[in-house]
Ligand binder design. Structure first.
Ligand code: ADP
Length: 378
């Protein structure tokens, strides 16, 4: 598993590996992993061979013992040759299932291990329940009442006393230094984690009660690099589902500013995006990811540092589209982009997992300008 994990990382990070000339040390690490894997497979094979040899020897020893005892008994006229042959046949029948059991030992041990692993997976509680009834689409009011949240219960909390509400509608920015818990807040808003103490509410209802499908349909999420899966533009926007209508895809694409540049491509929505979406620029990929998040008219859209890899022009394009989307969708964006901050309706400043400043952008922005976020917190 270690060897395969490393191989996966090498493939994903091949550009970094080449540009930093790490190929040789990584190859050595992979070879060490491969050698360890071969060694353990040889020792497993040895064990299996040993037991199979033992089973074969048992058969031969039984035949030799029977024949020797039988030969003496025939010489003493206590047994006929026919009886010896019959005894040999019977002993073979008796020992055969035993040696079959030994030779299938490896398969049986594998089966036992697989069953153990499967039981452990099946015993895992489903993180979200399925709902029996279809609930109406929420308006998009997102409220955090988080007393504390920690990834590791033994460690210090990553978020403390967060009480803030967004929407419905509007562009809401979250700013703060690295490690202040901005991404964690988005993960809570997307239901990937639930706070140990407190709630995240969507239209006054605890997010934890909704199924994964409902959360995914109502709350769109756009990761930092706008990751796409190999397939066509249409498939990516439709989340690889056959049940999304073309009109819905075009509507989401228009809102995200995808329709124009995709329509200009020779294959249009049938264009292959390439591995990870490499056929498109970061800005285009991000807009396709926004369209994917908006499919189904999501009332909430979450974006994590969407401008970090964009040039000025692409940033301006994104700002325009987000402002348009925010008219009837609650857009929560983790950002440091002055263009997005200026366009925001509200700004929330996080420092070390706590809100130090929050309010309407025109009130918060002057305090942010010219001072860094850490100063604002003090
Ligand atoms: P930001 O987005 O503001 O840079 P994050 O929310 O990513 O901050 O991280 C806040 C803190 O939580 C950091 O100290 C980080 O080390 C920790 N953290 C983030 N993700 C995890 C995780 N999956 N497991 C454990 N700790 C994490």
């Amino acid at each position: 598993m270690r060897r395969d994990r490393l191989l996966n990382e090498i493939v994903l990070g091949r550009a970094v590996m080449k540009s930093t000339a790490m190929a040789n040390p990584l190859q050595t690490m992979w070879e060490q992993g491969q050698a360890a894997s071969v060694r353990s497979s040889i020792s497993r094979g040895r064990l299996a061979d040993g037991s199979m040899n033992a089973a074969a020897s048992l058969g031969v020893i039984a035949t030799i013992a029977l024949t020797s005892v039988g030969a003496v008994a025939i010489l003493d006229l206590k047994m006929t040759v026919g009886t010896l042959v019959a005894a040999n046949l019977l002993s073979g029948r008796l020992i055969a299932p035993l040696s079959q059991l030994i030779s299938s030992w490896r398969a049986l041990a594998g089966l036992r291990d697989s069953a153990k692993r499967l039981s452990a997976i099946l015993a895992e509680a489903d993180d979200r329940r399925a709902h029996a009834i279809d609930l109406p689409t929420p308006q998009g009011r997102v409220q955090f009442e988080v007393t504390s949240f920690a990834y590791d219960p033994a460690a210090a909390p990553v978020l403390k006393s967060i009480s803030v509400r967004f929407g419905p509608g509007g562009l809401h920015a979250i700013v703060g230094p690295n490690g202040s818990g901005k991404t964690t807040l988005l993960k809570l808003a997307h239901g990937l984690y639930a706070p140990a103490q407190g709630w995240v509410l969507l239209d006054d209802a605890d997010l934890a009660q909704f199924s994964r499908d409902q959360v995914a349909a109502w709350i769109g999420y756009v990761p930092q690099d706008g990751f796409l899966f190999s397939g066509t533009v249409r498939e990516n926007i439709a989340r690889f589902s056959d049940s999304v209508a073309d009109a819905e895809i075009v509507a989401a694409s228009q809102k995200a500013g995808v329709h124009g540049f995709v329509s200009d491509l020779p294959d249009g929505y049938e264009t292959q995006v390439g591995e990870g979406g490499g056929r498109f620029s970061t800005g285009q990929r991000q807009r396709i990811a926004i369209a994917r998040a908006l499919v189904g008219n999501s009332p909430v859209l979450l974006l994590d540092e969407p401008t970090s890899n964009l040039d000025r022009e692409a940033e301006e394009e994104l700002r325009k589209h987000l402002c348009e989307i925010a008219r009837n969708c609650t857009v929560i964006v983790v950002t440091h982009s002055p263009a997005l901050l200026q366009a925001s309706d509200s700004i929330t400043v996080l420092v070390q997992g706590a809100i130090v400043l929050a309010g309407r952008a025109e009130q918060v922005l002057p305090r942010l300008m010219g001072s860094n976020v850490r100063q604002v917190g003090t």
